[in-house]
Write a protein that binds this ligand. Structure first.
Ligand code: ATP
Length: 494
């Protein structure tokens, strides 16, 4: 099931062509009867056809719940009415009704009536296979959820809320679920405002979504709290991502662009692989799901089944970003052939998927990566993230100081960046935090000397893992694209 605008339009077109053909029996699989009925009304109006709606409670609005009588009405229709049966699975519950449906289908004229059976329950009727055309209605698009959002959060009442992010957070819900989630969050938001408390509306939407979809411990929803601006350096990688910001839009499809498949980020520990995965969701305005490969292999169910579940959920939420952290750990060792099978299914899906699920895989240890993962066509690009260079270290220090409301002049930051040679992004963040502890303990504000002191105290991982890092660099050379433009100081060919 898709929720992109593209798939909504495609669904609409397919339904229209089935009804125009006409296919006499069309099944729409959905939990959203009202939305399906509204869509059919729209289609019928466009084609100038009458519509009759039947429901198990209201009948045709006359409260006659007798299904046989309803089918008699359809059989004797001499117009081209579209009959919408809500709870449509009931029509298949006994053999006589199924036979009646077959007769109706067989005798329907080209300009006769159509039956649309709307149901959330799968319909099993092998004897009607030839007559039935089944479509799954996609989950509501961003536009539909945006309309729900604006009704519940009028922009003039709550201008401080970031509507786009809240709508992105609700993707994957039906329109009704989204409405309920928005109402609940609005209530919580008002209560927080009365108490003057800080309230994170986006987290609250994600929490609602987890409750509604039923949180699966395989997949974890991440708040979209990091942006590309939170990443220091990595200019080439950021440029690549920025260029694809609208890659999931209908305009991109119409332009003839393929759907982006995914990225593999390989690199030195603590240099921003996870940070980048998080920022992609925010920059592209897509929900971010993290798949825990540890849980896939935890033995509580078969790993194949676990992966299938995760894929299905992510497809239901698509368009989205699916993040596989430390992918090498999932596929290390043989695990009695299981990891090879799971990897096989993952790669097949990755190669063939038509749903807009963008896979971001991250890895530190390339030796353990199965070679088939690196084959062309699996990922759109493989990026190598190295230790930051001098100007990148300056950038990273600036970002982490900024996050904590501090700032030093550029030349001071540059001097610190020179001293912090071989520090990773995570270690530079640690420098800022540790400097702040020192200042706090002395009951004064942070100074550049505190940072310098921290730089001298912290031993970067590079000192311990120099050989591994150099081996990683050599491996990446020619196999992966550098995430940063220029390497000027690290000893590549040492
Ligand atoms: P690991 O392989 O250990 O998971 P990683 O490459 O995924 O490492 P991150 O988890 O992204 O590294 O980095 C840890 C933290 O270090 C980030 O949350 C961020 O605060 C900081 N950091 C790392 N790289 C950068 C960067 N380029 N710019 C800003 N902050 C960074």
């Amino acid at each position: 099931m898709l929720s992109s605008t593209n798939s909504q339009a495609q669904f609409f077109r397919e339904l229209r062509s089935l009804l125009r053909a006409p296919y006499p029996l069309v099944v729409i699989r959905t939990h959203e009867e009202n939305r399906a009925a509204a869509l059919i009304e729209r289609l019928a109006r466009g084609d100038d056809r009458p519509v009759q709606q039947w429901s198990p409670i209201e009948g045709f609005g006359d409260r006659s719940r007798n299904i046989s009588a309803a089918l008699d009405a359809v059989a004797s229709d001499d117009q081209n009415t579209i009959y919408v049966f809500r709870g449509g699975h009931r029509l298949f519950e006994d053999g006589d009704r199924r036979r009646r449906l077959r007769e109706i289908a067989a005798t329907t004229e080209v300009d006769g009536p159509s039956l649309v059976l709307v149901s959330s329950i799968p319909i099993e009727a092998p004897e009607l296979d030839k007559e039935l055309s089944t479509l799954s209605m996609p989950l509501p698009s961003r536009e539909v959820l945006g309309r729900e959002y604006r009704e519940i959060f009028p922009p003039d009442e709550m201008p401080e809320l970031d509507g786009e992010r809240l709508v992105a957070g609700a993707l994957g819900l039906t329109a009704r679920e989204a409405r309920r989630a928005f109402h609940r969050v609005r209530q919580q938001y008002r209560e927080a405002r009365e108490r003057n408390a800080i309230f994170d509306a986006e987290q609250a939407i994600l929490a609602e979504k987890k409750r509604m979809i039923g949180e699966d411990d395989l997949l974890e929803y991440h708040a979209l709290d990091r942006s590309l601006d939170d990443i220091g350096g990595l200019d080439l990688l950021k440029e690549w991502l920025d260029k694809r910001q609208d890659a999931f839009s209908e305009e991109a499809r119409n332009f003839g662009l393929p759907l982006p498949k995914g990225l593999l980020l390989i690199g030195v520990q603590g240099c921003g692989k996870s940070l980048t995965a998080k920022a992609i969701g925010r920059h592209w305005g897509l929900p971010l799901l993290r798949l825990d490969l540890g849980v896939v292999f935890d033995g509580r169910r078969s790993p194949e089944e676990a992966l299938q579940n995760a894929i299905q959920t992510s497809e239901a939420i698509a368009p989205c970003v699916l993040w596989l952290d430390e992918i090498e750990k999932g596929f290390a060792g043989d695990r009695a052939g299981r990891s090879a099978r799971v990897l096989g299914s993952l790669l097949t899906w990755q190669q063939e998927k038509s749903e807009p699920v963008f896979l971001v895989a991250t890895a530190n240890q390339v030796q353990q990566l199965p070679p088939e993962l690196l084959r062309k066509g699996r990922f759109d690009e493989i990026f190598f993230i190295d230790l930051p260079e001098r100007h990148e270290r300056e950038d990273i220090l600036r970002i982490h100081l900024n996050r904590r409301g501090r700032m030093f002049p550029d030349d001071t930051l540059d001097e610190l960046a020179v001293k912090a040679e071989y520090f990773s992004g995570a270690e530079l963040e640690q420098v800022v935090v540790s400097g702040m502890y020192t200042a706090f303990a002395d009951d004064r504000d942070l100074t550049p000397e505190d940072l310098l002191y921290a730089i001298q105290e912290i031993v970067p991982l590079y000192r311990t893992y120099e050989e591994d890092i150099k081996a990683l660099r050599e491996w990446a050379h020619g196999r992966a694209r550098p995430a940063s433009q220029e390497r000027e100081l690290l000893d590549f060919f040492d």
